[in-house]
Structures are given as C-alpha cells and as structure tokens.
Design a protein around this ligand. Structure first.
Ligand SMILES: *[C@@H]1O[C@H](CO)[C@@H](O)[C@H](O)[C@H]1NC(C)=O
Ligand SMILES: *[C@@H]1O[C@H](CO)[C@@H](O)[C@H](O)[C@H]1NC(C)=O
Ligand SMILES: *[C@@H]1O[C@H](CO)[C@@H](O)[C@H](O)[C@H]1NC(C)=O
Ligand SMILES: [Cu+2]
Length: 598
C-alpha cells in the first residue's frame, strides 16, 4: 500500500517535463519516503494537468473525426484511485468554447462548486482559461468524469473514475475496467440540429452509430483471463445515447455494484446499462485455458430506427490463450437483473417522504419552432447567473423558486427533508435519469397505463443508484434525503435530450448554502471565469435584484397544443427495448404510449 502511494505520486509528477518538474519529483520522492517510512497516511494526492483539446480519432479506417480528448489522447484512459485520495485536476481549456468537468456519482458534500454543471454550479472555463478541481474521494466504486458543458460528453470528453476500497467486501483476484461508448460519424452539434427539427421526416433521419469497447474499436477488445481466477469487471456506459447489454458466453456474472452502491450478489447472464450507469460483476474464469470465449456488448436504442443496426451486436474475446480456439456457447438464457431485484449491502430501509415532486417528461414542438423535451412543460434553459451564485447572493429570496427563473425549473428543498420524486415518462422511448450529488432509492416502477409491474410494493430495502432507466410509457418513484446543501441537477443522461431541455434543478438548503459555501470557500478562478465570459455573479437568474426578472424570463418557449402529440412513434417504428428488458406483457404498452392527460 505504502509503496503504491509512492509510485503514484512519482508517476503523476514525472509526466510533467522540465527542470521544475524534476526538482518537484525529488521533493515528492522525499515526501513519499517520509510518508512511507513513518506511515503518516496512506492517502495520496493525485494531481493531473489536463489540456482539454481536439484530437483526430480514426475509427477502424472507416472515418476520422475530431474527438474532445485530454493531453492529445482519445479515448481517454481511466483515473484509478484509492478511497481517501485527493484528486486535483488543473484543467486548461484549449477548445474554442467553454468547458467543465463533472464527477458523475460523487456527492461533493460541501464542495458543490466542483460539481461542474455549467449554468448550475459554475460558469464554465472559457477558451484559454484554467480551473482547478479539488475533489476528495470519499466513496468507493465505479464512477466517471465527463464534461457538463453543452454536448461535449457526446463528442468525447469522458473517462472512467475508479475508487478502490482497501476493505473490499467481495474477494476477487484482479479487476478489468470496461467503459462502453457509442460514437457517431457526425459531431454532436450537427446531430442536435437534426434532432430538434420540427419536421419529423428530418428529425427521424436514421443515423449510424459505432462503438468503442474498453477503449478499443469495437470487436477488437480482448479480456485476458487466467484459469481459476475471479475477476471484477467494472462496466461503465459512458456513451451519450445508447444502452448496452453485456454478457460473456459460457460464464455467469455476479452483480455486486450498481452506480457505486455495493449490493448483495445476484447471479445473472447479462447486465443492461443506460448512458451514465455503471455496474461491477464478478466473473469466475474457467478451470482450463483450452478455449477462448466471446463477450457481447449489444448496443441498442428505441430512439433510433435502424432495422439492420439495432441492436448492434458488438463482441470481443475473453482470451485464455492466444492459441486456443473460440468455443461458442449459444442459447444462454436471456437473463437480466432488474433494479428492484437488487438490495444494497448497507440494508438502509425505505425512507419516509416529507415532500413529493411529480415530474412529467414530455417532448414535442415548442413555440420557438423547435422540437424540445420538458419536465412539466418547462424546457430547461440556463439562467444568466449560475443557480449556485443566485442561491448564495439573494438572501431570503433564495427560498423562493422564482428567483432562479422559470426556465431553470428549480425546486427548493429544506435541509434533511426526504424527497419523493414521481417521474412519468410520456415518451415512447427510455430516458436514463440522473441525480447529481446523491443516490436515490428506487421504490417503485411500472407502466403508467396498467400500473406497477413489479410485484413488490414499497420495498423494505430498496436499491440505490444515481441513474435510473425509465422506459417509454413507464414511471418510477425515487426517494432521497436532502442531506447535502447545494444545487443539484436532475436530468436525462442522453446528451441530446439535455440539450433539448430535459433537466431540472433542486436547490437544497439555501440557508446552509449561504452559511457554508460563501466567499473564500469558492475556489480561486471561480468568479474570474464568469467575469471573463461577461457573466454576472450576483442576483437572480437575470442578474437583477430581488424577484424582478424582467419580461424576458416569462417568455420561454411553451408547448404547441396541436403539435404536442409528436412524441408518438412514427408508423412502422420497431421498439426493441422489450427484447432486452423482457416482460412480454409490457410490449403493447410500450408501443402505445399513455395518452396525454387532458
Ligand atoms: C443481436 O442480439 C439480439 C439480442 O440477443 C438478438 O435478438 C439479435 O438477433 C442479434 N442480432 C444479430 C444480427 O445477431
Ligand atoms: C453530507 O454531510 C452531512 C454532514 O456531515 C451528513 O449529515 C450528510 O449525510 C452528508 N450527505 C451525503 C449525501 O453524503
Ligand atoms: C402542457 O402543455 C400542453 C400543450 O400546450 C397543455 O395542453 C397542457 O395543459 C400543459 N400542462 C400543464 C400542466 O401546464
Ligand atoms: Cu432522454
């Protein structure tokens, strides 16, 4: 452990070049020797200098396009840390637009200003600018880091973040980090133009996706297994739109983690993850190296119509020996773990709600003649002042949701209240919904038309996650405690839906925010990055005093009544999520979404 800490500090510093770095290295080495000799602490500081910049990426000779990479690299390698480490990232923005980093799944308790959500917790780092994130790694599990500025995640700014537990509950010999990413020929801004076209014929023009599996062009990835060993495979869907179903022929999977939450192990043949979701599975290797096997990463979406492409069955090899033949094991039962089948190791019982919020997710053509997504008819648009700065600078008004502007769709929560969210998905396709700064309990799920399809009602010990997939025409009941003062987004994790407005904001304990996050607590460069972009840093959503938001705020785009039914599938649309999620009784419900309530 101690020597590991030394190697870490030295490796990270030696990536810098020049005399300064080499003297720093000597310093770090001395420091490390001190730590290691006297065993002061095992916690390390992982410090990175990251240039965020465009990189040419060649997709298997098929096409080359720009990806947003780090220090000239894409796909971006994972950050691997230990519990208690401090992650320091000095970000330098070499793009021609603002950027940011979000640490997906980390609670950021007391450090809301490092959550990275542009327009919500920060202004973004402008082109040529810098920002330092200091994130204390107090949770264990499989996480990821991605941009929270426009659709930059879809264009590549994303990587896994692994936090290891020195007192791991489950035993395994080795681990494999397996990020799954969808990848498109077109850049995200080009696709968004297509997706928000009011004309359905243009909007539904098929697009052809590709995949990157474990940092390698799909179908080339090899997982090296040694007979008899047990592996923890950390699977992370860090893509922007598609779900992935993962399985290994001839091997069973034991699910032990979902989104950083350790669960009682469940045996299965496959795991399905929507964008933003992660899972760890234990896999026991075969006893001999006689054969190699195929692993599957089937990529699918009921958003996109592609008769021959959906699902796209990507595969890779589980290699025991380079000389062994592949043994095909077909016909494994199509078994999948449902969220409500899982139970967290900590056995936290269902929370009793103090307050309830209903969110109806709809999409359609809005009064600005674009196709948009919305919660409760509000399509999210960022305020002029990031919501955190409004909460910090508006005194008593910070308790009034109006101060944050209508288009930010903000709900104010009392400190420590248990919040129940009922999310109704009126679209015909699934949305992976993610809450920042928390995990939520999943209490109930079902179809909106026929009611619950899970037999258990309020579960005694519900599973917790930070991202839940709600299928078309379905609902979910989620609960969490507002125990982390700050400003937290709740949004769909499909980047294109974020851009088209499927986001809302919880402001948790404005009094605590004002008490604990004020003034000198805000990192250096935080306000400067706002000012450099001509953004205001005080006042309400419009940068004015009190509740005077001017006329502009009341004129956000509103749904067009006669065109709002366009969230029904176009004729001939083949929905495929039932193939993966099973439950044949549900099929007709998926194909006919719940009619809009009058
Ligand atoms: C891809 O996988 C799905 C799910 O297992 C299966 O239904 C489909 O037939 C497969 N497609 C191809 C082309 O193999
Ligand atoms: C945040 O910290 C407070 C005070 O230490 C604690 O009570 C609360 O449970 C924490 N919340 C989360 C989400 O970690
Ligand atoms: C949402 O917008 C639709 C279309 O304009 C309208 O029919 C409906 O009443 C609105 N719902 C609410 C809750 O305002
Ligand atoms: Cu979505």
């Amino acid at each position: 452990m101690n020597s590991f800490c030394c190697t870490k500090a030295i490796t990270y510093l030696s990536s810098n070049k020049g005399w300064l770095a080499s003297s720093l290295n000597t310093l770090a080495f001395t420091f490390c020797v001190l730590i290691c000799t006297f065993n002061i602490s095992n916690a390390a500081t992982l410090e990175y200098d990251w240039n965020i910049e465009l990189v040419d990426f060649n997709m298997e000779e098929l096409f080359t396009r720009k990806a947003i990479g780090i220090n000239g690299k894409w796909p971006i390698p994972a950050v691997v840390a230990d519990l208690g480490d401090m992650l320091v990232i000095n970000l330098n923005n070499k793009l021609d637009e603002p950027t940011s980093l979000h640490f997906h799944g980390l609670f950021q308790n007391g450090t809301n200003f490092y959550d990275g959500a542009v327009g919500v917790t920060e202004c973004g780092t402008p082109p040529g600018g810098s920002f330092t994130y200091r994130v204390s790694l107090d949770q264990v599990g499989t996480y990821w880091i991605h941009s929270h500025s426009k659709s930059q995640t879809a264009d590549g700014l994303r990587l896994p973040l692994i936090i290891r537990d020195p007192k791991e509950h489950y035993r395994y010999d080795d681990e494999i980090i397996l990020p799954l990413e969808d990848w498109f020929r077109e850049s995200a801004p080009t696709l968004i133009k297509q997706f928000n076209d009011p004309d359905p014929h243009k909007r539904f023009k098929p697009i052809v996706p590709y995949a990157i599996i474990g940092g390698t062009c799909a179908n080339r990835k090899k997982l090296n297994f040694v007979p008899g060993k047990t592996y923890r495979v950390r699977i992370a869907n860090i893509g922007s739109s598609f779900d992935f179903h993962f399985s290994i022929e001839g091997h069973t999977l034991r699910v032990i983690e979902v989104d950083g939450v350790m669960v009682k192990e469940r045996t299965t043949h496959g795991v399905t993850l929507g964008p933003g979701q992660r899972s760890s599975v234990l896999v026991k290797a075969q006893d001999t190296a006689d054969s190699n096997y195929i692993f599957h990463a089937d990529m699918y979406s009921d958003l996109i119509q592609m008769p021959r492409y959906n699902p796209l069955n990507f595969t890779g090899t589980v290699e025991y020996s380079p000389n062994a033949r592949i043994r095909h094991v077909r016909g494994a039962p199509w078994m999948n773990v449902q969220d409500l089948d899982l139970e967290p190791l900590d056995e936290e019982p269902a929370l009793e709600p103090d307050t309830r919020v209903t969110l109806d997710a709809y999409s359609g053509v809005f009064s600005d003649q674009t196709f948009r997504h919305s919660f409760n008819n509000i399509t999210y648009m960022p305020p002029k002042v990031p919501t955190l700065l409004t909460a910090l600078t508006t005194g008593e008004d910070a308790f009034n949701p109006e101060v944050y502007g209508r288009q930010s769709n903000t709900h104010v929560l009392n400190y420590m209240d248990v919040v129940e969210i009922l999310v109704n998905n009126h679209d015909y396709y699934s949305h992976p919904f993610h809450l920042h700064g928390h995990v939520f309990q999943i209490i109930e799920m079902g179809t909106m038309r026929t009611g619950k399809y899970y037999t258990k009602d309020a579960l005694d010990i519900p599973v917790k996650r930070d991202t839940v997939v709600i299928r078309g025409g379905h609902y979910a009941v989620l609960r969490f405690r507002a125990s982390s003062f700050g400003v937290w987004l709740f949004h769909c994790h499909i980047d294109f839906h974020i851009m088209l407005g499927l986001q809302m904001v919880f402001v948790e304990a404005p009094d605590k925010i004002q008490e604990h996050l004020k003034g000198s607590k805000l990192p250096e460069m935080y306000r400067e990055n706002c000012i450099a972009q001509g953004m205001k840093t005080t006042g309400n959503a419009e940068g004015r005093k009190g509740l005077d938001l001017g006329e502009q705020d009341r004129e956000g785009p509103t749904p067009y009544p006669d065109q709002f039914e366009s969230n029904e599938p176009p004729s001939g649309w083949k929905l495929i999520s039932y193939i993966i999620y099973g439950n044949k009784n549900d099929v007709d419900t998926i194909a006919t979404p719940t009619p809009r309530p009058k």
